[in-house]
Design a protein around this ligand. Structure first.
Ligand code: NAD
Length: 477
């Protein structure tokens, strides 16, 4: 059994079994057998089953939100996460059919018009979904639901750091036996994840770059596709004509709102030198109004850190910045009250030699750097191994879009931040070390789970072997 820590109390008050490689082997065999019927059910049949799952998830909404709250130390967001998951189920139930229908075309070859074709869509039989701790339910569901809607069976392993939600999720699943046959949830840590990759036909992984590299290498050796959604170091660029209070509000929501524990959290702020003081003052003013949830009644804005060891990473980056000359205007040290809270932290006088500007922090820290022109802003924003998303602020939307088009990231929010956290139906890719393997959002999020089989029908006489016979060498031109 693996002990599980409660992020609010700091106590280990829960445990989960570790699923063995042998169990993974037999579970995958069962999923593989059940998937055939699931696939032949068709998109409409699957939609009906998925909608019943949405109903049973709605029945379990209270316990789901409670378990998520114990997993993450967040209350209001836990409710939002449970609700958003139900919304996602209904979205795929509605949209999968039309998307798959559009994809499975038939027609005539342009090159060889006598050849007619029909496409069949063949889902990967079993897809592994391996998910992280920061948004436990939603990140477990986002790939699983699309894969299921496409006709795959799914073997899901949520993070061992936040597994309490699995029990109510399993209850909701048990109420829909047709789905329970093709969605199997296992618990465990890295070894369980590795065993899964050995058995399945495709893997979706959300997590750190370090683990993502191991997953992609193992998947390559198994000759299966790996869809990776990894870390980020998202920049915000504030142009001189930006609405400063609006920019500060959006940046703070993105950088601090989830205690910085979101892949698409803004972690670097570049603002034009003409407004850098105003921006810093506004950030400081708005940040000073926030409170931690460490009081008795649990009310407040900033939840505890979910993963205890994350505090060491955050503090090492802040200390490195301070040692290299940064100024800390707010925060900068954890608060321990059973769990560990990290207060909103604002740093100035930072530069790119500091870890805080290079490595993913995954904590509520805002470092601010001034730039002199758009070229410098773009160069600074692009000076990163990551390429997840970004934000640009300007009252001139053309100027904002001109900067956005030069950023080496997969999604850019304009005059807001982290919009990919709430917009799941617009395609976007992760650039650089932030991911690999097709958009998980929008129609592509579904399409990546099916392969096309082409039936090529000859309507003319087949060519004779002599078509490419050689004539005597002396006769060739
Ligand atoms: P992690 O890489 O430590 O673990 C993620 C999952 O992988 C867990 O379920 C873990 O048990 C499993 N795992 C660990 N080693 C494995 C192995 N060798 N083979 C197979 N599975 C293995 O990540 P984390 O700390 O849980 O999550 C935080 C990270 O996730 C951050 O870097 C964050 O940016 C990233 N993230 C990315 C996105 C995105 O959409 N791009 C979303 C959320 C989180």
């Amino acid at each position: 059994m693996l002990p599980v820590r409660n992020p609010r109390t700091g106590e280990y008050d829960y445990e989960i079994p570790v699923t063995s490689a042998d169990d993974i082997n037999s579970i995958t065999a069962d999923l593989r057998a059940a998937q055939m019927q699931w696939s032949t059910l068709g998109a409409e049949g699957r939609a009906e089953v998925l909608n019943r799952f949405a109903d049973s998830m709605t029945t379990e909404m209270g316990p789901l939100a409670q378990a998520l709250s114990a997993d993450t130390g967040r209350t209001t967001f836990a409710q939002f996460e449970a609700m958003k998951s139900v919304e996602l189920i209904r979205m795929w139930a509605e949209r999968a059919g039309p998307i798959l229908q559009d994809l499975a075309g038939s027609g005539q070859s342009g090159q060889v018009p006598a050849v007619h074709y029909q496409h069949r869509l063949i889902p990967y039989p079993v897809v592994a979904v391996i998910s992280p701790w920061n948004v436990p339910l939603l990140l477990a569901m986002i790939d699983s639901l699309a894969a299921l809607a496409a006709g795959c069976a799914v073997l899901l392993k949520p993070s061992e750091v936040t597994p309490r939600f699995v029990a109510p999720l399993q209850r909701a699943l048990d109420a829909v036996p047709e789905l329970a046959a093709v969605l199997h949830i296992v618990t465990g840590g890295p070894d369980t994840g590795k065993a899964m990759i050995e058995e399945v036909d495709a893997v979706c992984f959300t997590g750190s770059v370090k683990t993502g590299r191991q997953v992609s290498q193992q998947a390559a050796a198994c000759f299966i596709p790996a869809f990776l959604e990894l870390g980020g170091k998202d920049p915000a660029v504030i142009l001189p004509d930006a609405d400063v209070p609006l920019a500060a509000r959006a940046i703070i929501r993105s950088a601090i709102g989830m205690t910085g524990q979101a892949c698409q959290s803004l972690e670097r702020v570049y603002c034009h030198e003409s407004i850098s003081e105003t921006v810093t003052e506004e950030l400081l003013r708005q940040l000073s109004e926030l409170s931690l949830t460490c009081s008795e009644d649990g009310a407040g804005d900033i939840a505890p850190l979910i993963f205890e060891r994350q505090v060491n990473i955050i503090q090492a980056q802040v200390d490195d910045a301070l040692a290299k000359g940064a100024t800390c205007l707010l925060g900068g040290e954890p608060v321990r009250a059973g769990g560990v809270w990290y207060p909103p932290t604002l740093l100035t006088n930072v530069n790119h030699t500091m870890l805080i500007m290079q490595e993913e922090t995954f904590g509520p820290v805002i470092p601010v750097v001034a730039f002199s022109d758009a070229d410098e802003a773009v160069a600074l924003a692009n000076d990163s191994k990551f390429g997840l998303s970004a934000a640009v602020f300007s009252t001139d939307s053309r100027a904002a879009i001109a900067v956005a088009e030069r950023l080496q990231v997969g999604a850019i929010s304009i005059n807001d931040a982290s919009l990919t956290g709430i917009v799941n139906d617009v395609e976007k890719n992760s650039f650089r070390f932030s991911g690999m393997g097709g958009s998980r959002m929008g129609p592509a999020g579904l399409i990546r789970f099916v392969r096309k089989r082409a039936l090529l029908i000859q309507t003319d006489e087949p060519a004779r072997v002599q078509l490419f016979s050689d004539t005597a060498l002396s006769n060739t031109p």
